[in-house]
Design a protein around this ligand. Structure first.
Ligand code: CMP
Length: 140
């Protein structure tokens, strides 16, 4: 099915100047960027976005990393977009990510891991609505 998923290029990858290289991976895999914006998240936005992780030991470090610089946020649309994006990203820990994945090629650590992608249809819907409420998703 045609799906939409929320993707974030994290501060480490934005600082490395590889937004375009990562966008090329999405487009080459047949995913279409149907919404995008650059933002420097506030602490409360980052805490809300990652609320599912708030009891995890890495939550504080995750939030402070995500607000350490600007991020590029996009909605990817395409056949099986959620899983396709997760395949392109590779494992959360770049040391475990398969060769040729975004994290294997651009990430430095499990915290500075270059990209975020929604993990399921339910979270994708919530995450897309969080950053792109209303009508500013362009379908064509
Ligand atoms: P992301 O897909 O953005 O979702 C939560 C983030 O927490 C994850 O990527 C990692 O960057 C970060 N993180 C840090 N430590 C861990 C861990 N042990 N397990 C999962 N995620 C972690």
């Amino acid at each position: 099915a045609i799906e939409r998923t929320l993707s974030i290029i994290k501060p480490d990858a934005v600082a490395k100047n590889v937004i375009g290289k990562i966008y090329d991976r999405f487009e080459s895999a047949g995913l279409k960027i149907v919404a995008s914006k650059m933002a420097h998240l506030s602490q409360s936005e980052a805490e809300q976005f990652y609320a599912v992780h708030k009891e995890r030991p890495f939550f504080k470090d995750l939030v402070s990393f995500m607000i350490s610089g600007p991020v590029m946020i996009q909605v990817l649309q395409g056949e099986g977009a959620i899983l396709k994006n997760r395949d392109l990203m590779g494992a959360t820990d770049p040391k475990k990510a398969e060769k040729g994945t975004i994290r294997a090629d651009f990430a430095d650590s499990i915290d500075a891991n270059a990209v975020h992608g929604s993990d399921a249809p339910e979270t994708a819907a919530v995450e897309v609505a969080f950053f792109f409420p209303g009508m500013n998703v362009f379908n064509r």
